[in-house]
Design a protein around this ligand. Structure first.
Ligand code: F6P
Length: 325
């Protein structure tokens, strides 16, 4: 098919997420086979763009990557790209290398930089890639499904130990600003308390009372899922142990949630979103974010997308709470 532009670049930016490789593969292959474009891979996110770390991508360069976690293009959080000089330099590098369009796979911070590049004349399209699910315009972000399945498996294992020792276990999952991972894994892991940034009121006494109540009725374990943004889980464990007299341990799952083989869902959504991004560039679009909404793949203006707000679903949160009582 005819494309309005001939050469595009692709980069991954911010925290890595399982499925980013599937998105890269889709961008490269859609651009080559559907539109006959040339594709450049930009290493280490915006940092690599500013430093001109650019490689040629062909059909074979994305072989054997759909099943791999991480990102073959590497990633970075780039402070320089937040500055006007950094943005000017990035646009200049694009122009010098004939890169007319850029696919940015990452989160809101990465899209903010894409917005700047678009204003400087480089056509940019964002693809939502973050395990946190915290991009408001889309119901799905690449990496979320793998991350919650990884965390759920860990919670199942921790529950075994918690029961064997009749202990309280706090499991801290990722999500500095968003509680989606905690909410989903809390429900799926059958947790007794789920603390999410968006709703937690800091009432630790309620948790302590809950633990004591359950202990009196013969319960052998108590799992608390903390979203990362809640605070220090290790300190919380100490306080709970002190107040209840029950052995309490905290486990911080950390970056284990960001790695590993992407699930089928992540591979498929990433493949679809990568393809939509290239279609948009081929049609001459810029300053757009690919999204999944109401059962369909769509796209939004970046400015509009960044102004949207996302909260956890109230009915889901209430259900999660009802199931823990
Ligand atoms: O944005 C994804 C995320 O994994 C957050 O959940 C977490 O707070 C953050 O990245 C950690 O970032 P870093 O890997 O830079 O420590």
């Amino acid at each position: 098919m005819e494309s309005k532009i001939k050469r595009i670049g692709v980069l991954t930016s911010g925290g890595d997420a399982p499925g980013m490789n599937a998105a890269i593969r889709s961008v490269v292959r859609t651009a080559l086979s559907k539109y006959g474009m040339e594709v450049k891979g930009i290493l280490r996110g915006y940092s690599g763009l500013i430093n001109e770390e650019i490689i040629d991508m062909d059909y074979r360069s994305v072989c054997e990557i759909i099943q791999r976690g991480g990102t073959i293009l590497y990633t970075a959080r780039c402070q320089e790209m937040m500055t006007e000089e950094g943005q000017q330099r990035a646009a200049e590098v694009c122009r010098k290398n004939g890169i007319e369009g850029l696919v940015v796979i990452g989160g809101d911070g990465s899209f903010r930089c894409a917005q700047k590049l678009s204003a400087l004349g480089i056509n940019t399209i964002g693809v939502p890639g973050t395990i946190d699910l915290d991009i408001a315009c889309t119901e799905y972000t690449i990496g979320f499904d793998t991350a919650i399945n990884t965390a759920m498996e860990c919670i199942d294992k921790i529950r075994d130990t918690s029961t064997s020792h009749s202990r309280v276990s706090i499991v801290e999952v990722m999500g500095r600003k968003a509680g989606f991972i905690a909410l989903y894994t809390g429900i799926a892991g059958g947790a007794e308390d789920i603390l999410v940034n968006e709703r937690y009121d800091g009432n630790e006494q309620a948790i302590i009372d809950h633990i004591k109540r359950r202990q009196q009725t013969g319960s052998k374990h108590h799992i608390i899922i903390n979203a990362e943004g809640i605070g220090d889980s290790v300190e919380m464990a100490k306080r709970i142990q002190e107040a209840t007299g029950i052995g309490t341990r905290a486990t911080i799952l950390g970056h284990i949630q960001r790695g590993g083989t992407p699930t089928c869902k992540d591979r498929v959504y990433a493949s679809m979103m990568g393809s939509v991004a290239v279609d948009l560039l081929a049609f001459g679009q810029t300053n757009r974010v690919v999204a999944y909404k109401n059962g369909t793949y769509t796209d939004f203006d970046i400015d509009e997308a960044l102004s949207m707000k996302k909260d956890i679903n109230e009915y889901m949160f209430q259900t999660a709470t009802d199931l823990t009582r």
